[in-house]
Ligand binder design. Sequence first.
Ligand code: SAH
Length: 412
Amino acid sequence: MTDQSTTAGDGLRPDEISAYSALEDRVRAGATMPLTMAAPRRGKPPRHWLDLSRDERRDAVRGLGLPAFRADQISRHVFEHLDLDPSGWTDLPAGDRTRVAEAFLPSLLTSVRPLSCDGGTTLKTLWRLFDGSLIESVLMRYGVPGVRASGSGRNRATLCISSQAGCGMACPFCATGQGGLQRNLSAAEILAQVMAGARSLRDGEIPGGPGRVNNIVFMGMGEPMANYKAIMATIRTLTATAPQGLGISARGITVSTVGLVPRINQLATEGLPVTLAVSLHAPDDELRDELCPINTRWNVAELVDAAHGYFVATKRRVSIEYALIRDVNDQVERAGLLADVLRRDGGHGWVHVNLIPLNPTPGSKWTASRRRDETAFVAALERRGVAVTVRDTRGREIDGACGQLAASVAAE
Ligand code: SAH
């Protein structure tokens, strides 16, 4: 059952609705997108406190003619209290509050509409950015006593965030991929999604009492590795201890990539124990060329080598994402082939396969695997000693599930 609710928000503008209709028509017509590696040059969002490193924050307050100690003061409000509105910061002279607000805390995200399901424990927010681009984030709380739909296990919360407006990777089964790339998000636009989720949890807006964000996954819109600089700045601020950052454990952060091999290699040198997820979806180049066009640049062997290299460098087990698509990539023989391509000297201990039941995009020719094919696929991997789980499908009825972000609002 859904308890879908549309609260607050000013809704979409007519031009946004028609843009989405056009997108859906394209998908229905089977149009394919070209790969786009570089983001189009567009206006950048205004500079924000969340974009700055610690040193830059000090320079920035000095630039405003304020003493350097104000930087830590501002950061305490921002990162410890999750407060982006200086009007109530009584430890700052009133005149300075206005100047700080104007110089460092422009509004970046406007909630267009929040949608919730799973008894309120899944919350999707559609955000409008300063230039009208739309992105989404999804907060999922698990193990809430009394809320069956939140699943079992310990009480924890995962936030799925967007790293780009749109995506240039053109995967044909993904709604975002079919919409093309609008632009990269700034670090502040990415962090602001986390701050909003953290505030909702802290303020007890999600069933289960006040809580905090335990996991952050870069699995919303966009290809994070194509916006490398901003996601690294984001991760550094996420993991910095308060008051310089949000104090979130790097182990709780997952960067998901369709396979930009040089960036995977670069991430391996950063000395950050974040989890790498690789969206493989097919073990053979012939099929992967179709499902993930980036495969024509870096093939399965190169990608799996880079993923394994990441494991060697960080000792973090790599997640392999595999969307099960009926009669396309879900054959038992492909499970065997997948086990083969993932085998390394030490076996399969370096990797974990995460199967995602395909979430069909409107008008698409593809759909999720039959239950018995899914079961057989899992069994074939397990027989070969591959650790495998099937991802839950939280947020489906609000289109909060993978690849559907922001892409179906026009259908209403
Ligand atoms: N660009 C990143 C993040 C994408 S979203 C990446 O490719 O990893 C996170 C995951 O959702 C990816 O594995 C992506 O392939 C998957 N996904 C996209 N559309 C989907 C759909 N319709 N059904 C199931 N999974 C999908």
